[in-house]
Write a new protein. Structure first.
Length: 67
C-alpha cells in the first residue's frame, strides 16, 4: 500500500517502494508499514489517497483508526 497526495504522487516515506511486503498472510487486522515508518498520524489533516497493491488476494475492507 502507498499513500498518495491530492495530486496522486507518492508521499516520501510512504511509497510502494518503501512499503513492507507481506507474503502468505491471513490476518483480520494487518497494520501497514513503510520501512521503519508505520505512523500515518503525521499526515493527519492532509487529504490523501490510498493505493493498494494486491497479488492473488482480495481486500474485503479497510479502516483507519485513531489511536
Amino acid at each position: 500500500m502507498e499513500v498518495l497526495d491530492e495530486d496522486g504522487q507518492a508521499i516520501p516515506g510512504f511509497s510502494a517502494a518503501d512499503a513492507v511486503r507481506y507474503d502468505n498472510v491471513n490476518e483480520l487486522r494487518l497494520r501497514p508499514a513503510w520501512g521503519d515508518n508505520s505512523d500515518v498520524a503525521q499526515l493527519r489533516g492532509s487529504n490523501v489517497r490510498l493505493k493498494f497493491y494486491l497479488h492473488n488476494a482480495r481486500l474485503y475492507s479497510f479502516q483507519m483508526l485513531k489511536e
